[in-house]
Design a binder for this molecule. Structure first.
Ligand code: R5P
Length: 257
């Protein structure tokens, strides 16, 4: 890895702890104005200084985020289908030039392992990595797994390993039983997506498990911004990721209004 990639990546994954708290707010790129993100600017404003990085599309970055914020940006650069279409039919939608102009510290796209357009999304990842490496830009591969495949360690392990083999510099995937097997088989950092909203204590437990089993942090959305107390939740997640807090300690942080 060259200096540029390492330097940008260190804006996202903090050297002090080797971990990151990414706040994912890119959901609208296929879901439209989803719960908690009808007004992304309003949602993000109180949370942004507690996130190491925002995962966001260029449209929301330009219109909703204060450019003076020093939180790193990882730009979602893939898209195409809406929630009404074939989700795996994604392409790269945002240029590297745009990512650099927006001062992104990383770019991210989805690969759909086990889905209809698996091969094209994986070769898109290869093309994105080729281009990103010319500019010292780290690439995050988001492992979206086909509907017919279970979110278990075997398939998530397959998807993460393929992403790393193709050259992704870090990978986002879901938590699953035996997550350590996914982490062991993937030589680049893994960040955990939160998935659908679950009770706060369960989301904190899942985060603790992922970190204990080898995750380099989270790229979490709904379990933060759809929480009863989003600010408390991001602080609680931070305490686990960066400070090794227990679930009980984190839940106490969450519960403080
Ligand atoms: C999904 O493809 C989106 O990119 C989200 O960024 C990702 O799922 C993380 O958000 P959540 O924690 O809500 O699952």
């Amino acid at each position: 890895m060259d200096f540029g990639i390492k330097n940008r990546l260190s804006r996202i994954i903090k050297a002090k702890t080797g971990k990151t708290v990414m706040l994912a707010v890119d959901h609208g790129y296929f879901q439209g104005p989803t719960t908690g993100l009808r007004d992304p600017g309003k949602t993000v404003r109180p949370l942004i200084s507690f996130a190491d990085c925002l995962f966001i599309t260029r449209g929301m970055l330009r219109t909703c985020i204060d450019p003076k914020s020093d939180t790193a940006i990882c730009l979602r650069v893939s898209g195409g289908p809406s929630i009404l279409g074939e989700l795996s039919n994604e392409d790269i939608t945002t240029s590297m030039e745009e990512a650099i102009r927006l001062n992104a510290s990383g770019v991210g796209m989805s690969i759909f392992v086990g889905a209809r357009n698996e091969d094209r999304t994986i070769s898109n990842l290869g093309r994105l990595v080729n281009e990103a490496e010319r500019f010292g830009m780290p690439v995050l591969a988001v492992t979206a797994v086909g509907k017919e495949m279970g979110r278990d360690a075997r398939y998530l392990g397959l998807a993460c390993r393929i992403a790393a083999e193709i050259g992704a510099h870090f990978v986002k995937t879901y938590y699953c039983e035996d997550f350590y097997k996914v982490a062991e088989g993937c030589p680049v950092p893994i960040v955990m997506a939160g998935g659908k909203k679950i009770p706060e204590r369960d989301a904190l437990q899942m985060t603790k498990n992922a970190i204990t089993e080898g995750a380099a942090g989270v790229d979490m959305g709904r379990n933060i911004f759809q929480s009863g107390n989003p600010l408390g939740m991001i602080k609680a997640i931070r305490s686990i990721v960066h400070k090794g807090a227990s679930v009980e300690e984190a839940f106490e942080i969450y519960s403080k209004k």
